[in-house]
Design a protein around this ligand. Structure first.
Ligand code: CAO
Length: 421
C-alpha cells in the first residue's frame, strides 16, 4: 500500500512548478490524471527536445507516474467531461495564468458547488495585490522573492540560482498544503482552496536574508560576512555575500588539486567553532588553537581572508574527495563541488533511488531524479511519464464510466482528441 492510495488528482498543471507538485503526489501513490489540450499537451513536451519527435527530458523528468487525458476544457462536451472529473477527484491542482480557470468556467465557487470535498490547489506568481495578474516564470520569482538580490558577489550583479526554488520550491510548498488539506478534510469533510504564490515560496526559502536585513537595520553590520572583516561598509540592504556561509559559521569555496583545468575542483570548507582545533591540525597550523586573535571565533572574523587563504594552500594539494576523506573523521564540515556528470555517475545515488534510469518507448532510457523523500511504508516505483493522451480512453471508461453511444458521442465531439489506449 502507498501513502496516498485511493486519492485521485485532477492535474491541470503545466511547465515546471505545478508538475513537480503532482509528481510527488503520484510517487506517494495518488492517481494523477494530467489533463492536456488535445494535440498540443503540456508545452514542455516539445521544449528543449534532444530526440526528434519524442517527449523532451524537460517533460519526462517532471511528469513521472501520471496518466494523461487529452481534453479541450473550452469545448461544451469537454466541460461536461471536466465536470465529471471534478466529481470523481479529491484534488484539482493548477498553475494557469491568473484568471484562466475562471475564464473556463471552473473557478473556486463552481468547483466547490460541483464537489464540496474537492481541494483546489493553485500556484500563481504573486499573491493578491498589485502584481496579482502577472504571468511569472522561475527567475522572475527568484528576483521578486529576495533571492537574486542576496545571491552573487558584492562587486557583481544580482544572480539567479540554478536550484529551481521558484518552480520546484513552490511545487513542494503546494504539495505540503495539499496533504495538509486532505488531512483536515478527514475531520471537516470539506474541501478548501490552497494557494501558494511563487514570490512567497522563494521568500520563505530566503528567510535567513530577511533575518540579516533586520540585524543590519539594528546594528549596522553583519560581522560574519566577509565584507565586515575586509572593512567594506554595509549599505541599507542585505548585501550579496559570495560563497560565505548563510549561518554564523564562516565558510568558503576553496580550490583543490586540479582547479587550473577542472572547473569543479573545489570544496566547500566551514570553520565551525567546534571543529577549529581539527582544522588547525589538518592544515599544519596547530599554534592557531591557542594564539591570540585566532583561538576565539569572534576574533577570527577580521582575518577570514588570511585564514581561508592558508586553508586553501592546503586544499590545493589535495583532490576534493581527499579533502572530504581527511576532514570528515575530524567532524570538519566540508563538501566536494560535484558536477552534474559526477552526480549522474554516482552509483550510491542509484542504490538509494535518488537517481533512476527510466525506460521510455519513444526516447529510450533516460536518467532522472527519483523521489527525494524516503518513506519506510510507502515505497516509490518511478514510472515513465505518459504519452500525450495515452490514457484518454481508460479514464473516460474506467474512471468516468462512459460507454457505448455515450462514449462515442464524447469522442466524436472533438473534446478529447484522438482517443488512444
Ligand atoms: N483546453 C483548453 N484550453 C486550455 C487547456 C485545455 N486543456 N489547458 C490550458 N488552456 C488554455 C488556458 O485556459 C488559457 O486560455 P485563456 O488565456 O484563454 O484563459 C491558455 O490555455 C494559456 O494558459 P496560460 O495563460 O496559463 O499559459 P501561458 O503559456 O500563456 O503562460 C505561465 C504560462 C506559466 C506563465 C502561466 O501559466 C502562469 O503565470 N502560471 C502561474 C505561475 C506559474 O506556475 N509559473 C511557473 C511556470 S514554470 O517556470
Amino acid at each position: 500500500m502507498k501513502a496516498l492510495e485511493g486519492i485521485r488528482i485532477l492535474d491541470f498543471t503545466h511547465v515546471q512548478s505545478g508538475p513537480t507538485c503532482t509528481q510527488l503526489l503520484a510517487w506517494f501513490g495518488a492517481d494523477v490524471i494530467k489533463v492536456e489540450r488535445p494535440g498540443v499537451g503540456d508545452a514542455t513536451r516539445k521544449q528543449l527536445q534532444d530526440v526528434p519527435d519524442a517527449d523532451s527530458l524537460y517533460f519526462t523528468m517532471l511528469n513521472h507516474n501520471k496518466r494523461s487525458i487529452e481534453l479541450n476544457s473550452k469545448n461544451e462536451t469537454g466541460k461536461e467531461v471536466l465536470t465529471r472529473l471534478v466529481e470523481e477527484c479529491d484534488v484539482l491542482v493548477e498553475n494557469f495564468a491568473p484568471g484562466a480557470l475562471d475564464r473556463m468556467g471552473f473557478g473556486w465557487d463552481r468547483l466547490n458547488e460541483i464537489n464540496p470535498r474537492l481541494i483546489m490547489a493553485s500556484i500563481k506568481g504573486f499573491g493578491p495585490g498589485k502584481y496579482e495578474d502577472c504571468k511569472v516564470y522561475e527567475n522572475v520569482a527568484q528576483c521578486a522573492g529576495g533571492s537574486a538580490s542576496t545571491t552573487g558577489f558584492l562587486d557583481g550583479p544580482p544572480l539567479v540560482t540554478a536550484a529551481q526554488i521558484g518552480d520546484s520550491g513552490t511545487g513542494l510548498h503546494l504539495a505540503l498544503g495539499i496533504v495538509t488539506a486532505l488531512f483536515q478534510r478527514e475531520k471537516s469533510g470539506r474541501g478548501q482552496k490552497v494557494d501558494v504564490a511563487m514570490q512567497d515560496g522563494v521568500l520563505n526559502l530566503t528567510r535567513v536574508k530577511l533575518r540579516d536585513q533586520q540585524r543590519l537595520d539594528r546594528v549596522g553590520t553583519l560581522p560574519e560576512y566577509s565584507q565586515a572583516g575586509e572593512g567594506i561598509p554595509f549599505g541599507e540592504a542585505t548585501p550579496r555575500a559570495g560563497n560565505d556561509s548563510g549561518g554564523g559559521q564562516p565558510g568558503r569555496i576553496l580550490k583543490c588539486e586540479g582547479w587550473e583545468t577542472d572547473p569543479n575542483a573545489y570544496t566547500y570548507f566551514i570553520i565551525q567553532a567546534a571543529a577549529w582545533e581539527g582544522v588547525c591540525d589538518v592544515i599544519g597550523k596547530p599554534e592557531w588553537k591557542t594564539e591570540d586573535g585566532f583561538a576565539k571565533p569572534g576574533d577570527r572574523l577580521d582575518k577570514l581572508n588570511h585564514i581561508f587563504e592558508t586553508i586553501e594552500e592546503w586544499t590545493m594539494t589535495k583532490s576534493k574527495f581527499e579533502v572530504m576523506d581527511i576532514c570528515n573523521p575530524k567532524n570538519i564540515p566540508v563538501g566536494p563541488i560535484l558536477s552534474m556528470k559526477e552526480i549522474a555517475e554516482d552509483e550510491g545515488l542509484y542504490a538509494t533511488g535518488t537517481m533512476v534510469k527510466v525506460p521510455h518507448p519513444e526516447r529510450g532510457e533516460y536518467l532522472s531524479v527519483g523521489c527525494p523523500i524516503k518513506m519506510s511504508d510507502s515505497a516509490v516505483d518511478v514510472e515513465r511519464s505518459p504519452l500525450l493522451g495515452e490514457h484518454t480512453n481508460d479514464i473516460l471508461t474506467d474512471v468516468l464510466g462512459y460507454s457505448g453511444d455515450d462514449l462515442e458521442r464524447v469522442k466524436a465531439s472533438g473534446a478529447v482528441g484522438e482517443a488512444k489506449g
